[in-house]
Design a protein around this ligand. Structure first.
Ligand SMILES: *Cc1c(COP(=O)(O)O)cnc(C)c1O
Length: 357
């Protein structure tokens, strides 16, 4: 698909709209008395609207970190903002549809509902592999978006790059690959391949490996014309000054060391868990969490909760029956969690030995 094909997918009202032009967009200088934006002139630290140059500095930092030029980068209020923008830019409510895998991250279907867009799901294969042909077969002429998440939440596996690219090449719409967990994966990001695929949008976030979930900064990477559309449709000042300032500071920090600890812990915990009799299976993980099939998900969930360890009960999710999703914590936290598994096993044995009268 070439960029003209991609731009023909844009909703007509979005393609023809006049974007809002902020005071800060129109005057790009940095010195002078600002009487242009109806701000309060007395300094509170935040009396001014977020400065364009600060946002550009953060974008430059991201550009350097990711090795991709700024025109390919959108910064959003979490990657959730980028997911919503994909619908608003490409999908005519009540008419167009989007396709996704099941199970996967919940926001793709939530944003579809909010935007009155049909969301068609195709179940992953039993081994969590990608049903490439079924996904492509579920598309029709109104299928504008196809969401893939790799590594996938909650199944924890990454899909082979060749399969992802096969879909990108053959789907006649926009393919969004959510790489929220890519920093924990041994598979490569599709980022270096962006130039060859104008219908590809990549999502990444600072909420996971970078440890900045509370800041709310997510990224979309795409062809420059798509990024322009993101900027036209987003709210004028979608990221606040405090967030941008903190991002500028915190993005300079190295997170490799933390990531290495998390990866080491992932290996350690996934090797220890299968020894418990309440654990049936620990799925391989390319992310910072483990999907664990257990004998009695609800009972174990409650037991962990009583021990003040909170995990995610995914036992009602198709293909994840009897599964808990457990985030890898600090070594101390994981130790606490594992101790509760030991306790649960002991209780189960005691219960089974109780006389039945
Ligand atoms: C956690 C997560 C995100 C993160 O979203 P933010 O809005 O950037 O915090 C995105 N996609 C998936 C699949 C996730 O699990």
């Amino acid at each position: 698909m070439n960029i003209e094909n991609v731009l023909s997918l844009v909703r007509p009202n979005i393609a023809s709209m006049m974007p809002y032009s902020t005071a800060r967009d129109e005057y790009k200088g940095t010195i002078g008395i600002c009487l242009d934006a109806n701000e309060n002139p007395f300094n509170s630290g935040f009396n001014r609207y977020p400065s364009t140059s600060l946002k550009e500095r953060v974008r430059t930092l991201v550009s350097q970190k990711k090795g991709i030029s700024p025109q390919h980068i959108f910064l959003g209020n979490g990657s959730d903002e980028a997911i919503d923008l994909c619908y608003r830019i490409f999908c005519v409510p009540g008419k167009d549809n989007a396709i996704g895998i099941s199970p996967s991250y919940g926001m793709y279907s939530v944003c579809a509902s909010i935007n009155d867009v049909e969301y068609r799901t195709v179940s992953l294969n039993d081994d969590f592999s990608l049903p490439v042909e079924k996904l492509l077969a579920s598309a029709d002429e109104n299928s504008k978006l196809l969401f893939l998440c790799s590594p996938n939440n909650p199944t924890a596996n990454a899909f082979p790059v060749e399969e992802l690219l096969d879909i990108v090449r053959r789907f006649k719409g926009i393919v969004i690959v959510d790489e929220a967990y890519i920093d924990f994966s041994s598979t490569k990001s599709l980022l270096p391949l962006l130039d060859e695929h104008p219908n590809l949008i990549l999502l990444q976030t600072f909420s996971k490996a970078y440890g900045l979930a509370g800041l709310r900064i997510g990224m979309a990477f795409a062809a420059a014309p798509i990024i322009s559309l993101f900027r036209n449709v987003k709210y004028p000042y979608n990221i606040g000054t405090d967030t941008l300032e903190l991002a500028e500071k915190l993005l300079q920090k190295d997170v490799e060391e933390q990531r290495d600890i998390i990866l080491k812990e992932r290996t350690r915990v996934s090797q220890l868990l299968p020894a418990f009799s309440c654990v049936k299976r620990v799925y391989p993980s390319e992310a910072n969490f483990l999907l664990v099939k257990v004998t009695d998900a609800q009972a174990l969930y409650q037991h962990l909760l009583r021990g003040e360890v909170i995990v995610r009960d995914r036992s009602k999710v198709p293909l994840c029956e009897s599964c808990l999703r457990i985030t890898i914590g600090t070594p101390e936290e994981n130790k606490r969690m594992l101790a509760l598994f030991t306790e649960f096993d002991k209780q189960q044995i005691e219960n089974s030995q109780k006389p039945t009268i």
